[in-house]
Design a protein around this ligand. Structure first.
Ligand code: FES
Length: 67
């Protein structure tokens, strides 16, 4: 799995494995890549809906490789 923090943007979980996402008590299976909000402004949390752009979110980018 690779985790990428996009500069001024979301977290990307890039995996070929299925991931269980739980939101408000509901579970669903998703396949990567998943774009996760880290600015707190998305109306579709935990997923990014590009609201970070309008919010002017600023954060450093980074990359982590697991496994
Ligand atoms: S990081 Fe994109 S909406 Fe929050």
């Amino acid at each position: 799995m690779k985790v990428t923090l996009i500069e001024n943007g979301p977290i990307i979980l890039d995996t070929t494995e299925s991931i269980t996402v739980q939101v408000d008590g509901e579970s669903e299976e998703r396949k990567g890549p998943l774009f996760l909000c880290r600015c707190g402004q998305s109306s579709t949390k935990p997923f990014c809906d590009a609201a970070h752009r309008k919010a002017g979110f600023e954060a450093a980018g980074a990359e982590l490789v697991c496994g």
